[in-house]
Design a protein around this ligand. Structure first.
Ligand SMILES: Nc1ncnc2c1ncn2[C@@H]1O[C@H](COP(=O)(O)OP(=O)(O)OP(=O)(O)O)[C@@H](O)[C@H]1O
Ligand SMILES: [Mg+2]
Length: 349
């Protein structure tokens, strides 16, 4: 029995996001919740830091160290660095590579076969023995407690760092979905452009993100919030600070928010009438970090005329849903095996 348990190893669910990577260990809960960032020394090619430690280096690194986000819009940009990052997180959980038998990995619903292959290979390269994929909207909906297995339509909106995915689910499957390559980072970039255009101040994206967290909103707030940002004056070249208030931040991010709203509207238009009726009575559930933007529920509700709820743990619900799917075998498709393992098995049997 003990030997068998050892052989089976541990089971993990991984949400490999543009902004954050989360790892759930079956029976143990969320074990990793870190920014998807790797700092590399370009001279030696060696990894200097991963996760939060690496994130702190963004925009502050000496010439030879580069802080890299290996994913963009939910898909792998740099294969080796992604595999390196996963290996680091898996090692930190405290298992040697071979102690992980099975990994369920969350992927955006719109990825191509090539992108799908890349994430599977990166996970196998990081030490997983088998990897299965689960689509993010499905995982998010399970994690948010929606009744995805029932003959009832549920609409989930997942606003991540680099993508927004909208899906209607019923009877254990995705009926319609739309995705757009606009997420929290596009909001940050819009703030960078706004500050540049209005005050000739160049701020970094991390500063813009901090301003968004401090004073951002999608809907008029009862009281204005102010926040300070620092950057370089485009004309004098000197460092300078300025104050942004919540009305300014809201107008700065209005355009990418409108793109998100349009994506939700398009999904509703494509939803079969019976399911649309379910969604109309039960409402929309919002997940992902973007669900934490103040007033996002008010905006989506005003623009769709439907009730909107924010998921309980918007940043965690994708990995929690994938983790729950480890319990059942609700994961779509056959798992992919590591080649070495497959050979050994076929020789033995
Ligand atoms: N309180 C908040 N208000 C507004 N935005 C927030 C808040 N907290 C986090 N975010 C934003 O949420 C985004 C990260 O969300 P999340 O972790 O869901 O993305 P991800 O899953 O890594 O990305 P993706 O799913 O696109 O690959 C970041 O852009 C971050 O700025
Ligand atoms: Mg995500």
């Amino acid at each position: 029995m003990a030997a068998r348990r050892l052989h089976r190893g541990r089971e993990l669910a991984i949400d490999l996001g543009t902004a954050n990577t989360l790892v759930f260990v079956r029976g143990g809960g969320i074990a990793v919740f870190e920014p998807s960032v790797v700092a590399i020394d370009e001279l030696s090619g060696r990894v200097q830091a991963v996760g939060e430690d690496a994130r702190r280096m963004i925009g502050r690194t000496p010439a030879s160290i580069r802080a890299i986000r290996p994913l963009r819009h939910g898909v792998i940009q740099d294969f080796d660095i992604t595999a390196e990052m996963l290996r680091y997180f898996i090692r930190r959980i405290g298992g040697g590579a071979l102690s992980f038998s099975r990994v369920v990995l969350c992927v955006p619903s719109g990825i191509t076969a090539v992108e799908r292959n890349a994430v599977e290979e990166a996970t196998l390269a990081a030490g997983a023995r088998t990897v299965s994929l689960i689509e993010e909207p499905m995982a998010a909906a399970i994690g948010a407690g929606l009744p995805v297995g029932e003959p009832q339509g549920s609409l989930i909106v997942d606003i991540g760092g680099g993508t927004t995915e909208v899906a209607v689910l019923a009877l254990g499957g995705i009926v319609v979905w739309e995705s757009v390559r606009v997420g929290g980072y596009e909001l940050d970039e819009a703030i960078v452009r706004y500050v540049d255009a209005t005050t000739n101040l160049l701020i970094g994206p991390e500063t813009a993100e901090a301003a968004k967290l401090a004073a951002g909103s999608a809907w008029t707030l009862p009281e204005k919030i102010e926040t300070d940002v620092a950057g370089r004056d485009r004309i004098t070249g000197l460092l300078r600070r300025t104050t942004l208030d919540s009305d300014e931040v809201r107008s700065a991010i209005a355009q990418p928010l409108e793109t998100i709203v349009e994506t939700v509207r398009r999904t509703l238009e494509a939803t079969p009438p019976e399911l649309a009726a379910d969604v109309a009575s039960r409402g929309i559930v919002v997940a992902g970090g973007g669900a934490l933007l103040r007033g996002i529920d008010r905006l989506l509700s005003a623009e769709t005329g439907l009730p909107v709820l924010v998921a309980d743990a918007p940043l965690q619900c994708v990995v929690l849903g994938a983790g729950a799917s480890l319990e059942e075998s609700a994961v779509a498709g056959r798992p992919r095996h590591r080649r070495r393992f497959r050979r050994r098995r076929s020789r033995g049997g």
